[in-house]
Design a protein around this ligand. Structure first.
Ligand code: HEM
Length: 451
């Protein structure tokens, strides 16, 4: 089988180089081999073909039923530690279609917009508790907002003992994933051994178990209450039926809630952190945004805010320059296929590289510069701009995430004056070699209320 060209070094060395510098390594490979190249590691040690060419990405996303299956064993192994067997992330074919049908309606754009006021209130609540004139960690504040949004909007959980315990377990769980040991364990399944509560994997499993128990208790109580007047997503999911009239089981609900949390909490928080940092790092962008917000004449109508063109362009540029997911979930070739002149055999894994596509000079001149105007000057196709992936696995929470990022940014900017306390250049560091987040410890200071 002839793959597109790529580095010839041993697979383990490639993996280690990628873990050490996920962006630099990929940029160097693109520089040397072009828009399509093969690396030997992927999510396991099998060859993975990486693509950053919009025509090739279009071919992949629009031929998922025939040529490119959006599922692969190696990907299952990668996400398995975060989710359970009934998760949409572990489903393929008919099962995946059924899950999308059940889960999509509550996440539909129109439906999600009803949560606007709640998101603005949560933002106010978190921001009002921050100290004045003292540095605070932006990422932690955004994680707090994002968690409260998921707990209220998705789970329908109000403040209370269970909510607090779930939050605490989740924070411990996230801290446990942050370490380089955890990254290695995710990428190398043979390291996933439960050697007791003190071993990293054993500790992780026990946290997950405690979290699950609380979630099952919540689901059981909500079923018993049989009060379906709530507007949260869990209430809606308790009522949905598939084509055969079947409701979701407790296991399905539990596994999907866990998935939504794993997929939606930190991703959105990272994006909001980037957004806040960019508009304060570049005062011209922040000022222009404030001018636009002022045109609303103090209106807090979430929908009016959501539709603002410059705000939309800023949020699009935030997701372009450092997309939270640097690469898309892998596809697997179903039957022999030609891609960019290469013949790919069945089983070959192909990955659309989001960061490399977003940094193409021909699409985005001066790609390393933060320029929201590029999104006002032209439209980009879903194969040129893909922060939420594409095809049948496109992010289920995209509408909720976009709404949240815009409303949080607008609420903070129009109410508070903030400054970045250390004026370092904005650079990404990676989590699990896939997520791109600002370097840790970025601090800001609330200096007062907005004029
Ligand atoms: C800025 C925030 C977010 C980003 C950048 C993001 C990005 C992504 C990407 C790149 C994918 C893979 C798509 C593909 O393979 O083509 C994905 C899938 C997914 N996302 Fe998001 N996401 C975000 C927020 C959310 C939120 C808030 C939720 C829900 C609460 C969510 C739920 C999901 C789910 C369930 C999937 C799997 C869909 C499937 O397998 O059919 N995401 N997301």
């Amino acid at each position: 089988m002839k793959h597109p060209d790529g580095p010839k070094s041993p697979a383990l060395l490639q993996l280690l180089q990628w873990i050490a510098n996920p962006i630099g390594y990929m940029e160097a490979a693109r520089e040397r081999y072009g828009d399509i190249f093969t690396l030997q590691f992927g999510f396991d040690f099998s060859p993975h073909v990486f693509v950053s060419n919009p025509q090739a990405i279009q071919q992949i996303f629009t031929n998922e039923s025939k040529q490119f299956s959006p599922f692969s064993e190696s990907f299952y192994n990668f996400v398995k530690p975060f989710v359970e067997g009934h998760s949409i992330l572990m489903a393929s074919g008919k099962r995946h279609r059924r899950k999308r049908q059940l889960l999509m309606p509550p996440f539909h754009g129109e439906r999600v917009r009803a949560y606007g006021a709640q998101i603005c209130n949560i933002t106010e609540q978190v921001m009002s508790h921050l100290p004045q004139n003292k540095p605070f960690c932006v990422r932690h504040a955004m994680l707090d907002i994002s968690l409260k949004v998921i707990f209220q909007v998705v789970f329908g959980l109000c403040e209370g003992e269970r909510s607090e315990r779930l939050k605490q377990l989740l924070c411990e769980w996230l801290d446990a994933v942050a370490s380089p040991i955890a990254t290695s364990q995710m990428l190398l399944p043979f390291l996933q051994k439960d050697l007791g509560a003190w071993s990293p994997w054993g500790y992780w499993l026990r946290l997950k178990k405690q979290f699950s128990e609380l979630l099952y208790t919540e689901i059981a109580e909500r079923r018993q209450q049989s009060d379906f007047s709530g507007t949260d997503i869990l209430t809606l999911l308790l009522q949905v039926r598939d084509e055969a009239g079947e409701a979701m089981t407790d296991e399905e609900l539990h596994d999907e809630l866990l998935t939504l949390l794993a997929a939606g909490h930190e991703t959105t928080a990272i994006s909001m952190t980037w957004a806040l940092l960019w508009v304060h790092h570049l005062p011209s962008v922040g000022n222009k945004l404030l001018e636009e917000l002022n045109t609303l004449g103090g209106s807090c109508d979430p929908m009016a805010i959501f539709r603002l063109p410059y705000l939309t362009a800023v949020c699009s540029e935030v997701a372009r320059i450092y997309p939270v997911f640097s690469l898309n979930f892998p596809h697997q070739v179903r039957e022999s296929v030609e891609l960019m002149g290469y013949h790919l055999e069945p089983g070959t894994k192909v990955v659309a590289h989001i960061y490399l596509t977003h940094h193409r000079e021909d699409l985005y001149p001066e790609p390393k510069q933060f320029k929201p105007e590029r999104f006002l000057e032209r439209e980009f196709s879903p194969y040129e701009y893909l922060p939420f992936g594409g095809g049948i696995r496109r992010c289920l929470g995209a509408a909720l995430a976009q709404l949240q990022i815009k409303l949080v940014l607008a609420t903070i900017l129009s109410r508070y004056q903030l400054v970045i306390s250390d004026s370092q250049p904005l650079r990404p560091q990676s989590r699990l070699s896939v997520l791109l987040m600002p370097t840790s410890g970025v601090k800001m200071v609330v200096t007062g209320e907005a004029p």
